[in-house]
Write a protein that binds this ligand. Structure first.
Ligand code: AMP
Length: 462
């Protein structure tokens, strides 16, 4: 992760926060933190153009926690002082975990509410009130409709991953939530991309905002070693299995498929070949998703297969390889995907499997990232290796990845990308020009600015 020359202390953050950051090993603010924190401490609205991996969670959480501590209030019953909206459950629990870490030396309550888990406990928690609430839009509105939550006490509102919110169809939910929030609040709006629709949305939520932008998409892409292999769609599974078996230094691999069924299919094939894997996507229950993600996070599971939506915003340190089983048809999505690796200054590799009909996607990706993928040939002995791979058992009802047993036995055979090419550790560039192509709403009233008192904002709640 890129660091800056300023320190958290000089930014004026509360000393108990600085201590918590020390304990977490955050020595210096990242660029988004250095840029955003001073404005946020002044109580300004912020429009942040940044992706996950830049340190944006701390960028919005730290000054907000500083403010909440400096301006103590009772926890509002059936309410919260700070509301963070996240598009996915995984990201919501990740943000809540980060806020819990940052508030470890403070008396502050952090809670997350999202769908897929019983609502009763969330209602009871809200009855007592919470300082910080992280929520997905659907469950938030459910809780409001059930009169378990009101938003009138929100002092700070964070909308995270706005572009993803729109992709997921949350626009109406967001408009409704906007109407329920007090006008006199601070709003922080984050999006990885800023197309016109997002700009329009941001102007609805923000009042006279400061804009900060870090790591334009192309620069994230530049930090990742990017490879492509031209391969028939029907041979991608074999290529994935062989590559995963034979790639040295593969700590954690995230495999992206375009569909949920595709993700399940890939998992079945990998497991049949003796490679334990799990899938996360929208058809999995919340406990299944959490279990898979935890196993991946703590290193018990090396291969996670995901659809874009399930994986978006997930921060798992140490993802060594990202595989694009299919290329995404939206170039920005490619950047989100490969942003899962090469985080926190580590090296990462992204390997894309490109079928003939995906070449136009490749062109738009290369145009966006301004990086040309290094094309690798298929592994040596690919055809022979492919024939030796076991076939998975026919589809069974959903099951736990923990229960599944591969039948193929690991480490069989030799793969390796062919023609004197590098081993599939993909550590060397290999140019095989052309590749081994085997065919293969209206204005919101302006909010009065919160008056400032030396690094501490007065509560501007009406
Ligand atoms: P985010 O973009 O918020 O998802 O953060 C990405 C990762 O960077 C998370 O694992 C954070 O814990 C970590 N991180 C955030 N800020 C810093 C910092 N200043 N120094 C080191 N790591 C950080």
């Amino acid at each position: 992760m890129t660091e800056t020359s300023v320190s958290f202390k000089t930014l004026g953050l509360d000393s108990s926060l600085v201590q918590a950051l020390d304990a977490l090993g955050y020595s210096k603010p990242t660029p988004i933190q250095a840029q955003a924190i001073p404005h946020l401490l002044e109580g300004k609205d912020l429009c942040g153009i940044a992706q996950t991996g830049t340190g944006k969670t701390a960028a919005f959480a730290l000054p907000s926690i500083h403010y909440l501590t400096a301006n103590p209030q009772a926890r509002p019953q059936r309410g919260c002082r700070m509301l963070i909206l996240s598009p996915t459950r995984e990201l919501a629990s990740q943000i809540a975990r980060a806020c819990t870490d940052y508030t470890r030396n403070l008396r502050m309550s952090v809670n997350a509410v999202f769908g897929g888990v019983p609502i009763g406990r969330q209602m009871r928690m809200l009855d007592r009130g919470t300082d910080i609430l992280v929520a997905t839009p659907g469950r938030l509105l459910d809780l409001i409709d059930q009169r378990a939550l009101v938003l009138k006490d929100v002092e700070i509102f964070v909308l995270d991953e706005a572009d993803q919110m729109l992709d997921l169809g949350f626009i109406h939910a967001l408009r409704r939530i906007d109407k329920l929030l007090p006008k006199n609040r601070q709003t922080l709006f984050f999006s990885a991309t800023m197309p016109k629709t997002i700009q329009e949305l941001s102007s609805q939520f923000l009042s006279d905002p400061v804009t900060v932008s870090v790591a334009p998409q192309s620069s994230t892409a530049e930090r990742v070693e990017q490879f492509g292999v031209f391969v028939n769609q029907s041979e991608k599974q074999a290529l994935l299995t062989i590559t995963l078996k034979d790639t040295p230094g593969l700590d954690r691999a995230l495999v992206f498929t375009r569909t949920k069924h595709g993700a399940d299919r890939v998992v079945r094939h990998l497991e049949a070949a003796g490679l334990p894997a799990a899938a996360i996507h929208g058809n999995k229950s919340q406990p299944q998703r959490e279990r898979a993600l935890n196993a991946f996070r703590n290193g018990r599971l090396k291969i996670l297969v995901a659809t874009d939506i399930a994986a978006r915003g997930i921060d798992v340190p140490g993802v060594s390889h990202v595989f694009n089983f299919e290329l995404p048809n939206v170039a920005e999505q490619y950047v989100h995907r490969i942003g899962r690796t090469a985080r926190a200054g580590r090296d990462g590799q992204a390997i894309s499997f490109i079928a003939n009909d995906e070449r136009s996607y490749l062109r738009s990706i290369e145009r966006l990232t301004r990086v040309k993928l290094q094309i690798l040939p298929l592994p040596e002995n690919f055809v022979m290796e492919k024939e030796l791979l076991p076939h998975p058992a026919p589809m069974r009802p959903e099951r736990d990845s923990r229960d599944s047993r591969g039948r193929g036995g690991p480490g069989r055979g030799r793969g390796g990308f062919g023609g004197g090419a590098p081993k599939p550790g993909f550590n060397h560039a290999h140019s095989n020009k052309g590749g081994d192509d085997r065919g293969g709403s209206g204005e919101r009233p302006r909010r009065p600015r919160r008056p400032m008192t030396k690094g501490v904002r007065a509560v501007g709640r009406s």
